[in-house]
Design a protein around this ligand. Sequence first.
Ligand code: ADP
Length: 252
Amino acid sequence: MVCKVGKDSFGDDYIENLKQNDISTEFTYQTKDAATGAASIIVNNEGQNIIVIVAGANLLLNTEDLREAGSVISRAKVMICQLEITPTTSLEALKMAHSNGVRTLFNPAPAIADLDPQFYTLSDVFCCNESEAEILTGLTVSSRAEAGEATLVLLARGCQVVIITLGADGCVTASQTEPAPKHIPTEKVKAVDTTGAGDSFVGALAFYLAYYPSLSLEEMLKRSNFIAAVSIRTAGTQSSYPYKKDLPLTLF
Ligand code: ADP
């Protein structure tokens, strides 16, 4: 986890949480110059959310920090990157991974309309949700068919694989080798809190890309859909993510 938090109690809690989950904090930097990033999340009765994010120390993670973490980035099986840090830092991380032959999984969240074109060419897997796809393509994306059209627009920008997640309707994918958009359904579950479903999906997908690279993309997406669906059955974001020990053995 290469990131930056503030030298404050939220930052301390964050680092403690990573440690408790066996995640290396060697490159979790702590700064005095900004507070730890924070999010205020409001969830309605249907489990849908509105999130206000104060980025704080996230915006101070810079390319020098990345260079310091170069040895872990270059040895990774997969690197996930998103836009909670500055686009400049995110792009540099993708370049570092790419030049070391590390598979990249890019999640353009929160989306920006004028995304640097290099983000597409440096993404082995480009995964976004409907609203992010709308911002990036200028299209309306609220159905499987519309998502299929948007995957093709994003694919043409140079990513190897594009995935658009569709909430309760699973996801749609297209790739350079199989450009016909394909729909992958998810489980029917009662949504208690969908906050973090996308991150749960992306995390699960990174796990399969890293540890089960011989699975077909469709199978990886089916399993990632399942894990994301489990995460929305309980309240909370990280706290709703299932541990491997609590998931069916058939997923592994
Ligand atoms: P985000 O959290 O980024 O808005 P989505 O809402 O598209 O992303 O959800 C990501 C994934 O989580 C979906 O592709 C699906 O697998 C799962 N998911 C989300 N909402 C539901 C739901 N109501 N029922 C079942 N699965 C869901």
